[in-house]
Design a protein around this ligand. Sequence first.
Ligand SMILES: NC(=O)c1ccc[n+]([C@@H]2O[C@H](COP(=O)([O-])OP(=O)(O)OC[C@H]3O[C@@H](n4cnc5c(N)ncnc54)[C@H](OP(=O)(O)O)[C@@H]3O)[C@@H](O)[C@H]2O)c1
Length: 325
Amino acid sequence: MRAVQISELTGPDALTVVDAPEPDSTHMLTGSEGVVIDVQAAGVNFPDVLQTRGLYQMKPPTPFIPGAEVAGVVRSAPEGAGVAAGDRVAAVSLLGGMAEVAVAPDFLVFALPEELDMAQGAAMVFNYHTAYFSLKLRGRVEAGERVLVHGAAGGVGTATLQVAKGLGASTIAVVSSDEKERVAREAGADEVVRSDGDWKDAVKELGGADVIVDPVGGDRFTDSLRSLREGGRLVVVGFTGGAIPEVKVNRLLLNNLEVVGAGWGAYAMGKPDVNREIGAAIDALVRAGAVRPIIGARFGLEDAAAAFRVIDERGALGKVVLEVA
Ligand SMILES: NC(=O)c1ccc[n+]([C@@H]2O[C@H](COP(=O)([O-])OP(=O)(O)OC[C@H]3O[C@@H](n4cnc5c(N)ncnc54)[C@H](OP(=O)(O)O)[C@@H]3O)[C@@H](O)[C@H]2O)c1
């Protein structure tokens, strides 16, 4: 089968496409009980880019096939998996997804709603499960509350805007360019403020936010705390901005605020019931029309390096996808 391979940890340019043996049903989380999928599309995520430099927490020995999530058609599944040969699915493979055949644990394989095509399927699990986990399970967002989303035109950002709207919240997007403003509005932003301007004062003028979802971190963290209403929750999702922020806890006391961590993978990986609960909630949001992944860029497998560079150079608009089949 054709597959993308990382053999040197020197960044996206070192990606190659190789002819690799097809996997059997073995997956690191399930032994031989994995679901084998004929891949049609593979999602490209920020951690994949970190992996090209050996900077992500999961560091497989080289050479390896990257690719944490896929959409495709089930080739084989163990009994009781909830999916069967021939089903259209979206799945988290963790590794090995950027190939014509991939394997995923049954509890991270979800029937792909007919409303979504394969590219959208490859955008479903990582970002939308993270968005729901961050907003609902960690941020406890309620209908009628206001959610602010940093990095709002990116993969996690667009998913978070759609899920927040689907949960009945109103939304403020923080973005860095006109093009990203357009994408954030397409994803459901009611208000958009610019990260290169005085966004904190703009948000205060709008009345502040109840929940902030932050995949960016860095120097906006303190201004995020200043932008929360009383009782607000700042949900920590990632650090694309580079620096890991520190918090002066007197700010939490003064306005009765919370800083909440949201590590979807760390929490959900070993908990099949949580995955099913989140999967059902996202399914309902797809059926209601709230969730429709925005695909900003599509590449063939052989152009994986270019796909990775889009994310590496801060250029992602919605999701970046490799079309495999
Ligand atoms: N906690 C979890 O469970 C979980 C799950 C999935 C992903 N994540 C993390 O969430 C983060 C976002 O992932 P993503 O897939 O949404 O990435 P993405 O599509 O590339 O979007 C990231 C956004 O971050 C903003 N940004 C600000 N400063 C940046 C910089 N110096 N370099 C790059 N981007 C910068 C950009 O928005 P502007 O240009 O508008 O500022 C960009 O749109 C990553 O750190 C990822 O590891 C966490």
